[in-house]
Design a protein around this ligand. Structure first.
Ligand SMILES: C[S@@+](CC[C@H](N)C(=O)[O-])C[C@H]1O[C@@H](n2cnc3c(N)ncnc32)[C@H](O)[C@@H]1O
Length: 232
């Protein structure tokens, strides 16, 4: 019998961090899939058996189809043309939204209510507005289980894993700035938290100079103290 070697679909450190949060044996929905590298990698290394590769534009979906054909896994990846999850059949999935702004992620998740069911896992890689993403998750019954950070091509990225519980932990405002990232002690997470701290500090000094909005000043001051304590 001839030896059959499956080609590897290698991921960037950013996407590998996301892949590491996907549950083995789950059905993956990769929203904003573009080339479908993430589903291809997870199918090829047998973490999952099948996936839905979703994109709002035809071009990226064609790229996804090309990847599936190239790796011989066409029957395992279903291509879905959809704005977010709107055309995805209801189900219990591991849902990935990576490489997008946090505002878009929140908009996509807000648009369908069926994701609010036991077993739904969200794996998110917001490239901005991480505060809003965490607040949305907490207020909508998703518990942030863990976060991670990694360096990739000179940038620092984070990823979050959240599971639907139906309960809100009613976390503090300060928590939403760094979430569970403070429990991930690696160089990238510390770098990300320090950047968040410096950004908030600049906002604080700006407000102080203008001598306005004392309530907002107080809230940012509390957040700065919270973050500083977590970094010490
Ligand atoms: C920067 S790429 C990210 C690709 C891949 N997820 C990654 O992290 O490398 C963003 C992709 O999201 C898609 N996208 C943007 N808005 C979307 C929406 N509302 N629904 C589905 N896909 C969307 C874009 O067409 C694009 O292919």
């Amino acid at each position: 019998m001839g030896l059959f070697l499956m080609k590897e679909c290698k991921l960037s450190p950013r996407l590998q961090m996301v892949a590491d949060m996907v549950e083995a044996g789950s059905v993956l929905v990769d929203v904003g899939t573009d080339h479908a590298y993430l589903p291809a990698n997870l199918i090829l290394n047998s973490t999952i058996e099948k996936a839905f590769a979703v994109d709002v534009r035809k071009g990226p979906l064609e790229n996804a189809g090309k990847t599936a054909r190239e790796y011989g896994i066409k029957d395992k990846i279903t291509l879905v043309l959809s704005d977010g999850l709107k055309n995805v059949d209801e189900g219990v999935y591991n849902i990935v939204l990576a490489g997008m702004g946090g505002t878009l992620i929140v908009n996509i998740l807000s648009a369908v209510s069926w994701i609010k069911q036991k077993g739904t896992r969200l794996i998110l890689q917001p490239q901005s507005h991480t505060y809003d993403v965490r607040k949305f998750l907490d207020e909508n019954g998703f518990e942030i289980v863990r976060e991670n950070a990694s360096f990739d091509d000179g940038h620092c990225y984070i990823s979050l894993l959240a599971e639907f519980t139906g309960d809100s932990k009613k976390q503090s405002d300060e928590y939403y700035y760094i979430g569970e990232l403070c429990n991930t002690k690696n160089d990238a997470s510390v770098n990300f938290i320090k950047k968040e701290y410096n950004h908030l500090n600049r906002r604080y000094n700006g407000l102080l100079l203008k001598n306005e909005d004392s309530q907002q000043l107080e809230s940012i001051k509390n957040a700065l103290e919270y973050i500083k304590n977590k970094l010490d």
